[in-house]
Design a protein around this ligand. Sequence first.
Ligand SMILES: CC(C)(COP(=O)(O)OP(=O)(O)OC[C@H]1O[C@@H](n2cnc3c(N)ncnc32)[C@H](O)[C@@H]1OP(=O)(O)O)[C@@H](O)C(=O)NCCC(=O)NCCS
Length: 158
Amino acid sequence: MTQLDSTPGVSTIKTMSLMSGIQYHKAKPGDGREIVAFMKKHPEVAFCDWQNEIVTHRILTKKTTVAYIATKGKEYVGVAISGVMGSRGTINHLAVDPKYRINNIGNTLIQLCTDEMINYGIRRMFIFTDIHNHGGLSFWKKQGFSITKGEVTLEKNL
Ligand SMILES: CC(C)(COP(=O)(O)OP(=O)(O)OC[C@H]1O[C@@H](n2cnc3c(N)ncnc32)[C@H](O)[C@@H]1OP(=O)(O)O)[C@@H](O)C(=O)NCCC(=O)NCCS
């Protein structure tokens, strides 16, 4: 298992967006419809057909879900959905609107999720991303994530 270099419990990621007028909110169950619509606009996120408003609403009611939205006015500009799974944290989906990228919004959303996980006592986080998503991988490496060695991911449809 890969060991992480970071000091346990310490989050060092920058918090401020470079663009003014961006606000960050914890996602509520009622945000489900807009979150689904936003995620489906970003193909790299691989949001599946079954991840509809009803499923997303249900996920957002769970105490173990950690999800944040970035808005500018009424417009959604970024969303991160993550959660606590047993003793681990997982970032499930992250997208920032292309018009607003490289303004530290993705970074801030992940810091908010990370801080909440740290408060839960979580000390290791995972993300799963496509190996061809070079932009995504660069971003995650900047967040301090490293590619696991000697492991594969297994999955099955239910
Ligand atoms: C990945 C993504 C969320 C980044 O969001 P963002 O708001 O533009 O990222 P930030 O501005 O917070 O960037 C944080 C750092 O990552 C770097 N970075 C972000 N996107 C990058 C890219 N495509 N290539 C290289 N570096 C990148 C930034 O330069 C910045 O570096 P710095 O800390 O040295 O200044 C956004 O590009 C996106 O939505 N992509 C499509 C969906 C996706 O791939 N999601 C991740 C996989 S699930």
